[in-house]
Design a protein around this ligand. Sequence first.
Ligand code: KG4
Ligand code: ZN
Length: 364
Amino acid sequence: MSTALTILGIESSCDDTAAAVLRLDGAGARVLASVVMGQAALHADFGGVVPEIAARAHAEKLDIAVREALRRAGLGLHAMDAVAVTAGPGLIGGVLAGVMCAKGIAAGAGLPLVGVNHLAGHALTPRLTDGVAYPYLMLLVSGGHCQFLIVRGPEEFARIGGTIDDAPGEAFDKVARLLGLPQPGGPEVERAAATGDPARFRLPRPLLDRAGCDLSFSGLKTAVLRARDGIVAEKAGLTRQDRADLCAGFQAAVCDVLAEKTRRALALYLAEGPGAPLIAVAGGVAANGPIRAALRDVAAQAGARFLAPPLALCTDNAAMIAYAGAELYRLGHRDDLTLAARPRWPLDTASPAMLGHGKRGAKA
Ligand code: KG4
Ligand code: ZN
């Protein structure tokens, strides 16, 4: 491999202000520092991420995150070879704040600038963590996205399936809201589900009756709403056990749907060859224990390797942006001060847009 690269990464597409320093050399990629400053407390009273509050918080915290990442890495800006920044998709105010910050640093320190697709950051994480070779199959499951991708290169992605409505993280967040649990909902629902009975409520497994790898989570969320209303009508309120059982039922349905669709995606991918038998998962929902376990079983049954990044690299972070930026930089990519923030930016531009996909466009 060619000479070592040291890259500063910046991420601000949703509600995490993040900066990281990454080194890529012959031995692979090493995260020298990764700082993530979450905004959960700022949005807690609103039941979800408020774009304007998020953008302001990013603008206030980005330079602090960058300074802290450099301090932890023990390096100055002069030691960087380039600045990589999320240029979309995501909440436009946040993406703009990151892009402006990166432009300022690039112009001030005379560093090359590389704009990175946030989803590519998630999708390339298995290369960052395990040095996986192209091509590989990836299930990207986050707060705003859900897709099966064959990853062939840092800019070459073929989508073979995805959600036609909500993303699973969005569904976890909505279910938490329906049950009065705090945001972000995923970890709360997972915690509550641990003491629940998944069989008490008969919840649907959407789209399993339809061929292919597309998914849907909107009906499942509505089914949880109906079940909740049923209990409330009967008993005028929800007990802790009711909540736990609803969470367990919902999570079990998401597990079943993701497992079956992953089985199909893996079969499709393996039939296409000649990629290594491997399925990797990334995105915030990949932090969910039972979902990871279900996907690991599917991979084992198909004789494939299963790769899930450590939790800190599943959820939004800037190390993945620095890594994707490093790969692009190696290919000769350079952006300049005209780099634009893109609220929407699909990875697979050849396939038609998914029905409802990116409807909310808020999270990636
Ligand atoms: O990738 P991410 O950090 O942000 C983007 O959407 O880009 O994913 C955040 C999403 C949220 O919807 C959150 O509720 C969900 O990931 N999430 C989880 C878990 N941890 C985070 N969903 C299910 N179980 C979890 N343990
Ligand atoms: Zn993300």
